[in-house]
Design a protein around this ligand. Structure first.
Ligand code: HEM
Length: 291
């Protein structure tokens, strides 16, 4: 919300977050209002979010007419030559897509990386060593990370890749065939809708030995051998997730601050669930202690 609309955490962002959770819950529900409570709730929540964001867009248009400009995503959209031609509805739709696509995915991956690290003390200790080294090279504790730091976290990147592979935050993607497609002896006729399950290759022992085991070290030895089209947590082709690098950077920075400043332990037993979307049953509560 800060990046999109320059809004700091407040009551309004919190109520927006609550509505978003309902939208996310309804995402994979059966889209029949008469039988699905979560679908109904999601539709109502989406209406509230659209109403709320429409007011923000209108307000911003007025402010821009008076020469006020904010350096955020909404500002960039309205700055565009085409910005004025986009209806409020289109802009709100774009903002909702970015909030949904960018928030739940990255925050779930962060949560799961913490869970997997907690359950793999050796991986946690190696990651902490890497991050402590980066922190030690900084003059003071508040000095921010820079791009070169991000590029010198090879083991952290292994942990992130492995978290994405095992957790399958986005379980699959939709496509429509533009012509008849031959696949493994089957013909998928032109115009059919396809659900490509990304989980399939990620959990295949043929591509990833002991595929169900969280093993970040596999990326040290196997990275070059893994064909590009079997590790596809961000989809692929022209619709490849545009946030793929941003989310890796966010998770890296989060892990850096977490392991260099804090230690933690799980507050209760929790379990990863994969349906309707990947997450933890209890949102993985932890007790955190500043080092
Ligand atoms: C761990 C984090 C994330 C995962 C696992 C993820 C995964 C995906 C996947 C699988 C797709 C579908 C790609 C396809 O159809 O081939 C997608 C699309 C998309 N993602 Fe992400 N994503 C993540 C983070 C983000 C972030 C941080 C943003 C933006 C701030 C973002 C924005 C989008 C958008 C706008 C699309 C639609 C692209 C299109 O249809 O052209 N994602 N993402």
């Amino acid at each position: 919300v800060k990046l999109l609309l320059s809004s700091d955490p407040c009551e309004w962002t919190e109520s927006l977050r609550q509505e978003f959770l309902l939208i996310a819950e309804g995402f994979w529900s059966i889209p029949i209002p008469s039988i699905s409570i979560s679908y109904n709730r999601a539709i109502k929540a989406k209406e509230k979010v659209v109403e709320s964001l429409s007011l923000v867009v209108e307000e911003r248009r007025r402010a821009m007419e008076e020469g006020e400009r904010k350096n955020d995503v909404l500002g960039a959209i309205l700055d565009e030559k085409a910005g004025n031609e986009h209806s409020n509805e289109m802009i709100v739709d774009l903002l909702v897509s970015l909030l949904l696509a960018g928030y739940e995915t990255t925050s779930s991956a962060m949560t799961l990386s913490v869970k997997f690290l907690t359950e793999n003390p050796r991986a946690l200790s190696e990651l902490k060593e890497e991050q402590d080294k980066i922190r030690a090279q900084k003059g003071d504790d508040n000095e921010p990370l820079v791009w070169n730091d991000y590029k010198s976290m090879p083991f952290t990147q292994c942990v992130i890749s492995e978290t994405l592979r095992v957790s399958n935050i986005v379980g699959g993607i939709f496509r429509r065939t533009l012509s008849d497609v031959q696949l493994n002896g089957y013909t998928i006729p032109k115009g059919w809708k396809i659900f490509a399950a990304l989980r399939g290759p990620h959990m295949n022992d043929e591509y990833f030995k002991d595929a169900r085991t969280f093993n970040p070290w596999r990326w040290q030895s196997d990275a070059e051998k893994t064909p590009a089209n079997v590790f596809i947590p961000f989809g692929g082709g022209p619709r490849l997730c545009p946030g793929y690098e941003l989310s890796r950077v966010s998770i890296s920075v989060f892990l850096h601050h977490l392991v260099t400043n804090y230690s933690w332990e799980p507050a209760e037993k929790d379990k990863v669930v994969f349906f309707p979307f990947t997450g933890t049953q209890k949102r993985y509560p932890i007790y955190v202690k500043r080092n």
